[in-house]
Write a protein that binds this ligand. Sequence first.
Ligand code: AQP
Length: 332
Amino acid sequence: MQRIFSGIQPSGVPQLGNYLGALRNWVALQADNECIYCVVDLHAITVWQEPAQLANQTRELAASLIACGIDPKRHILFHQSAVPAHARLAWIFNCVARLGWLNRMTQFKDKAGKDRENVSAGLYVYPNLMAADIHAYHATHVPVGDDQKQHLELANDIAQKFNHDYGVEFFPRIEPLILGVATRVMSLRDGTKKMSKSDPSEQSRINLTDDADTIAQKIRRAKTDPEPLPSEVAGLEGRPEARNLVGIYAALADTDLDGALREHGGKGFGAFKEVLSELLVAKLAPIASETRRLLADPGSVDAVLRDGAARAAAIADPIVAEAERLVGFLKA
Ligand code: AQP
């Protein structure tokens, strides 16, 4: 049994990339592992979140996760701000990580863009908090989308430096689990840009709460090129939008790019988009309706999170207390 940890930000409604790159794998990993899944609200406020909405988004995301198949009874589901161990260890890691390491983080560069001077300091040290999230549980395996690979390498560097500086073997190495065909789902409007819940364009993504008509309309309007689909994967070269739609289809149909093209190669996008919409609706509509059902009783979702936080703290508190002792903090 491996201990798995992963998180998702309540920075909006979860989107198809979150589902295919992460959530679907989170669900599958529950069969053979001890899983700890976290709605990372501390991470979310690294960019502005309306206070009136953040609590709702946290609850709604938790409901979506349960609707996707996360089992909060057999595993742990909680929100990050309810377990102070994350912030305590993150501070220690802020003092272990080197500025040069953070300067290389491509997600910071992408998110800060040209406005570097004006983004929060939190956005810059985001990877240190992410390292703390994982190491606070001595988790060894972390299922994520492709975009988080660099942050996990940094989490290993931080653990290694901590162990070296304090002369211990305290934090274990972690392994990223980047699973499936759609490890990087791209925007429906621009095949070179990652699909994101915070993209200002609603048309760029499929939300896990979208109804059938909205899904069909977004897929119909998705950017494509005029050529029909190729019959072989090599024919997707230089066609990022086509590759993205075929990748989404393959992931949902439990096949690979070859399999999808064997089935649909030669078709025009009109016909292929129809098949893809039907598959999306079949897979996502049950998640949306279960999310709505759970949210009809918000108190019960909050109770799940409270219970998860107590169980998460019971694991993380002694580990973080030991890290603090190793650092030399007085434990009176
Ligand atoms: N487009 C994507 N394709 C595959 N995986 C993705 N993930 C996110 N987008 C894609 C994976 O989803 C998990 C949770 O992500 P997150 O909410 O913690 O942060 P993010 O990666 O920054 O996701 P978003 O949707 O782009 O959020 P915003 O817009 O708030 O920044 C992670 O495992 C991630 O890899």
